[in-house]
Design a protein around this ligand. Structure first.
Ligand code: TNX
Length: 509
């Protein structure tokens, strides 16, 4: 290959101009300084030098770089003095915290430092974007593998940066969920909330109530095929997500959105008669029987089994649109159920209506309103509760982009790329400021979504915007800068086989 090291003038003419600089990374880093004289080229000689404790990230990086380059990227523990991507733990600037990283690309190599494996993993996501888009191809591509030179110091604004997938309205296989995990991980999303039950279907095996899955899992919206995860399949999804530094937050929707369970087990109904299964998209009609001891035996069994297969700290217990449960019953229900989450060693998350039940301040209510005053949410924030922000008119990936979008809904309005990006989670609900925000989540409800292509069309390009809101400092981001950086992501999605929405708000190449 061409020797570029130590020959600056020759190097700058030989090395192709990178498609993206360190300043183009999405989410935009806290600090980034591009240096066009410091571009590095990957060659068949390049090694991955893995410091103590970095083996998993080194292996993951190797798996990202090998297919398109065809180079072997041997993982070494000691410096051999040649060109290397080095991964190091424990030497990073303290500002990077537990999820941040420092990256330096020079003519002689790449140095990535962090305090944790998660920080290194997030740094790898940035490094990926500094390579030509063809790096995302699954087969060997013949080109110069220039890494854009410069330095980055980066860490997240919020701890919680999430996506949600509704498996209940339409079912998605473990392979489809893993594909989405890989797509969201590249934008430093660290949580995937799985909506595992709703009126149309129950998607997780519960051994003490076996027919929930085998019968209650059969349906889906419009009579489409259903499905469910065995507990082993769920564990496998959890482990795969963990390998991408993503925590799974499972949700069982309660005490409404329970038709699938109540159609399966007659004893979950006050009159002891099973309701008919439903596959329409009405909401707010179902409710568990609040006065019945069977209800709490059922909920405890489900939460116990779910807690046992979920290493993450949170269990989702629903709480939305309980229009068929009286206010008094709603409170009574959560007074019984909230302590069960703690009993099995977990913390509560739920839709923001649960704030009315005054959950412990460790609970994370998920705000799905459209901004403006909300006394109950503000009161919870005043009690020290942190709120997860998913404003439907900005963060809902199932809203149509414009009136002609073939998929999605429009009850919270049309959500173009700018609407999904141009908002501040700390300036949405009075009384819920920076310190009261847990982070952001982009939910994808799937009434109209049947395939991975459908998921990707709605998530791209809105999801990277929500991810940037959760990661990047508010002062570092603005729409004009973002739309230019977003345009430079398109070739990467193409290489990854993501069919994204070509919004007229962005000047795509
Ligand atoms: C409202 S948002 C719901 C879901 C629907 C969604 C469709 C929320 C907490 N509940 O049941 O799927 O609208 O956009």
């Amino acid at each position: 290959g061409l020797a570029v090291t130590g020959v600056p003038s020759a190097a700058s003419t030989e090395v192709a101009t990178p498609e993206r600089q360190v300043t183009d990374i999405v989410p935009v880093p806290v600090q980034a300084h591009a240096d066009p004289d410091a571009n590095f080229r990957l060659t068949s000689e390049t090694v991955i030098q893995a410091g103590d404790g970095t083996g998993d990230v080194a292996g993951y990086l190797r798996g990202l770089l090998q297919p398109a380059t065809g180079y072997s990227f041997p993982v070494t523990s000691a410096s051999a003095g040649g060109p290397a991507i080095s991964l190091e733990l424990g030497q990073a600037d303290p500002r990077v915290g537990t999820e941040g990283y420092q990256l330096a690309v020079t003519k002689s190599g790449v140095q990535l430092q962090a305090n944790t494996a998660t920080g290194l993993f997030e740094g790898v996501q940035s490094l990926r974007q500094l390579l030509p888009s063809e790096i995302e191809a699954k087969t060997v591509q013949d080109l110069e593998w220039t890494v854009a030179g410069g330095t980055v110091l980066d860490y997240p604004r919020f701890d919680r940066r999430g996506a949600m997938l509704d498996l209940a309205r339409h079912f998605f296989t473990p392979a489809q969920v893993k594909r989405y995990v890989d797509q969201i991980a590249q934008y430093k999303i660290n949580t995937l909330h799985l909506h595992l039950s709703d009126d149309q279907g129950w998607r997780i095996e519960i051994k003490s109530w076996p027919r929930l899955a085998t019968e209650g899992g059969k349906g889906a919206v419009n009579g489409d095929p259903g499905g469910y995860y065995t507990q082993d399949q769920y564990r496998d999804i959890v482990a795969y997500a963990a390998s991408r530094h993503i925590t799974i937050v499972p949700e069982i929707d309660l005490p409404g959105h329970t038709n699938a369970a109540q159609a399966t087990y007659a004893e979950l109904n006050c009159d002891g008669v099973a309701v008919p299964p439903r596959t329409d998209t009405e909401v707010g009609y179902s409710s568990l029987c609040i006065g019945s001891p069977t209800t709490y035996r059922f909920v405890e069994d489900v939460l116990r089994e779910l807690a046992a297969i979920t290493p993450g700290r949170y269990l989702g217990i629903g709480g939305d649109e309980a229009q068929s449960t009286s206010d008094a019953d709603y409170r009574k229900f959560y007074d019984r159920v909230s302590p069960l989450v703690a009993k099995y060693g977990k913390l509560i998350t739920g839709w923001h209506e649960i704030v009315k039940t005054e959950p412990p301040s460790s609970a994370v209510p998920q705000y799905w309103g459209q901004g403006g005053a909300d006394e109950d949410v503000a009161a919870a924030a005043a009690r020290g509760t942190k709120i997860l922000m998913s404003p439907a008119n900005h963060a809902y990936l199932d809203m149509k982009y414009d009136a002609s979008t073939p998929l999605g809904q429009d009850w919270a309005g049309l959500v173009e790329v700018r609407d999904a990006y141009d908002w501040d989670p700390a300036d949405l609900v009075p009384g819920v400021g920076e310190q009261s925000v847990a982070g952001v989540e982009a939910p994808l409800w799937t009434e109209t979504v049947r395939t991975s292509a459908d998921i990707e069309y709605l998530a791209f390009p809105r999801l990277p915007g929500v991810a940037e809101i959760g990661w990047s400092p508010q002062a570092a981001r603005n729409w004009d800068g973002y739309r230019a950086r977003l345009a430079k992501q398109a070739s990467r999605w193409q290489a990854q086989g993501i069919g994204f929405y070509r919004s007229p708000q962005v000047d795509w190449p």
